[in-house]
Design a protein around this ligand. Sequence first.
Ligand code: ACO
Length: 321
Amino acid sequence: MALRSVLTGVGSYLPERVVTNAELAKRVDTSDEWIVERTGIRERHIAADDQRTSDLACEASVKALQAAGRDAKDIDLVIVATATPDLTFPATAARVQAELGVTQGAAFDLQAVCSGFVFALATADNFLVRGQAKAALVIGAETFSRIVDWEDRGTCVLFGDGAGAVVIEAREDAGDRGVISTFLRTDGRMHDLLYVDGGPSQTQSVGKLKMVGNAVFRQAVEHISGAMLEACARANVALDEVDWFVPHQANQRILDGVSRKLGIDVDKVVSTVALHGNTSAASVPLALDVATRDGRIKKGDLVLMEALGGGLTWGAALVRV
Ligand code: ACO
């Protein structure tokens, strides 16, 4: 029987500190009204000064392992999707592996910005179905508060910190559960629409986030819709067979635009953007965890995850959970 990658547990973590729109309006020329109307965001969580991306990743991973009924020693692959690593090297995943007590297999970071979790899930799926690993922790973890320009009202209101993680395991007896199809795409010609203006080889600094917001917005609606249709087509699944849509949480208007374009019932779209903001690679597993723990997403449901981020990168993953 063919191996399939089955999602057996999900967990997430948000730092304690909550920053409201009203608080941001004291720092930059903005208002709660503008932010809510243009983005749907009301508040976001911000990591404490001594919290690293790996700390957030470990908190989420412990919960995912508990949900899966697994121990760190069962894991033989750790992938951390992040654009905000602890250090330039080694990989944040190496620290996460050690902190959790995972002592076998490989651990590495994956950089696809906000699409990172979908890219990491597709990567782990390939390892598992080829028999190169048995059980993977796939994590999206970010501290975007560290790379946001807190003087730039066009970007600082959008982002938050957090982490989400899933355990996925190679199974021969999965039935119809598991990762069914994935679709990934990068178009480097749109590099300058969304980037950080620092890095080891170019500036020897960390840099700050730069974005052409309205251009990214237009690309997002078009490419996210396309990726969702492509992932479904690859699996011969109609969009209306999907039980839950779990999108990257960039902006409520992007979520609504995609739903309108594809004729999706908004009640099937999981939205956490109001309370989390855009947590980049963490947003999809965070939303998946929220909707799993509140009982909306149940075992056996068909879930479509999708994202677009810097690169530009975009993709989708269709999973029967
Ligand atoms: N408060 C008040 N006014 C603001 C703010 C703010 N926080 N930010 C921008 N404005 C002003 C602008 O200065 C501009 O003023 P002007 O007309 O006097 O020049 C006006 O609002 C309109 O600006 P736009 O950028 O055209 O506003 P838009 O409706 O496009 O909304 C936003 C901006 C929210 C950034 C939107 O474009 C967006 O969400 N884009 C997508 C961003 C995104 O998803 N990024 C993440 C991708 S994933 C990743 O990889 C990180």
